[in-house]
Every structure is written in C-alpha cells, then in structure tokens.
Design a protein. Structure first.
Length: 86
C-alpha cells in the first residue's frame, strides 16, 4: 500500500500536469502563467526532487530572472510544458 506522502506527491504531479496542459492550450505562455506555475511548484514541495519538475524549475528560474520572458523563452517553455503535460 502506498503511504500518504507518495499519494500526495502523485496527486500533486497529476495536478501539475493538468496545469501545464491548461497553460499551453492556447499555444502561448504569458509571464503571469509562467510565474504562477513557478509559484504553484514552490507551494507544493512534495513534487520537488523529481527530475522533470526540477528541470522545469531551473528553466523557469533562468527565464524569469529579469521578470519577463523573451519570445524565444516562451517558445521553449511551450515545448517543455506540452511535453510534461502530455
């Protein structure tokens, strides 16, 4: 039987994947969406330490260092979030 921490992590990962799908559904990623996604991850520490999540966090940190995304950043982020969201 899975313990509560594993179940919480799995549930959070599924919610994160749905969030990623919603963000890329319109083919664009706004600064607010990227910042909101980053904040969501920060508020759900149970998903940290997993390779796809930590990779996304690193990318978001790099992209949002100056407070906004370049067009190139947005295009790359769409691909990454679409791949993660399935």
């Amino acid at each position: 039987m899975l313990d509560d921490s594993v179940m919480r992590r799995n549930d959070a990962l599924h919610r994160m994947m749905r969030f990623a799908r919603v963000i890329v559904a319109d083919g664009e990623v706004s600064d607010a969406e990227a910042e909101g996604f980053r904040a969501w991850i920060e508020s759900h520490p149970e998903v940290r330490g997993l390779q796809p999540v930590d990779e996304i966090v690193g990318i978001l940190d790099n992209f949002l260092v100056d407070g906004s995304l370049s067009e190139e950043d947005r295009a790359e982020l769409i691909v990454i979030l679409a791949r993660f969201g399935g």
